[in-house]
Design a binder for this molecule. Structure first.
Ligand code: SF4
Length: 129
């Protein structure tokens, strides 16, 4: 699936952390290939407007856990999303460029070593340590 410039792209708050640790692993090849494309697109287009929203997003599109637009692990991912929003002091549905969001996540979570407090029980946690 092609990732292209749009007026606005929805991004789940916790995916702003996941992007920093992407090593090509994930739920399926289709999923990881697509996630790699999303990450490359956003790194190449840091001025892309995003809506930081706890909802099915551009990454979820190709995920086998996405069942009719809802994540099978809904409860857990919403918990991660809410923790990211709270730690970054931004509200659900905030709009900003990808570059701005990336900087906030780095400053408020990654640089402070808070990542594992937010999603330490994720099945992929070992990739991010
Ligand atoms: S559907 Fe769920 S598991 Fe899949 S990428 Fe989205 S939040 Fe993650």
């Amino acid at each position: 699936m092609e990732v292209k410039k749009e007026k606005e792209i929805i991004l789940r708050p916790h995916h702003g952390m996941c992007f920093n640790f992407y090593v090509g692993k994930g739920y399926s090849k289709d999923f990881t290939d697509h996630m790699g494309k999303v990450i490359k697109f956003l790194y190449d287009n840091p001025d892309q407007l995003i809506c930081v929203k706890s909802d099915t997003d551009v990454v979820c599109k190709n995920c086998p856990n996405n069942e009719a637009g809802q994540c099978k692990g809904q409860r857990k991912v919403i918990k991660y999303d809410n923790r990211v929003l709270k730690t970054c002091k931004i509200s659900n549905g905030s709009k900003m460029t990808y570059q701005e969001f990336r900087k906030i996540v780095k400053k408020e979570i990654l640089d402070k070593g808070l990542r594992s407090k937010i999603c330490g029980d994720c099945q992929w946690n070992y990739l991010c340590n």
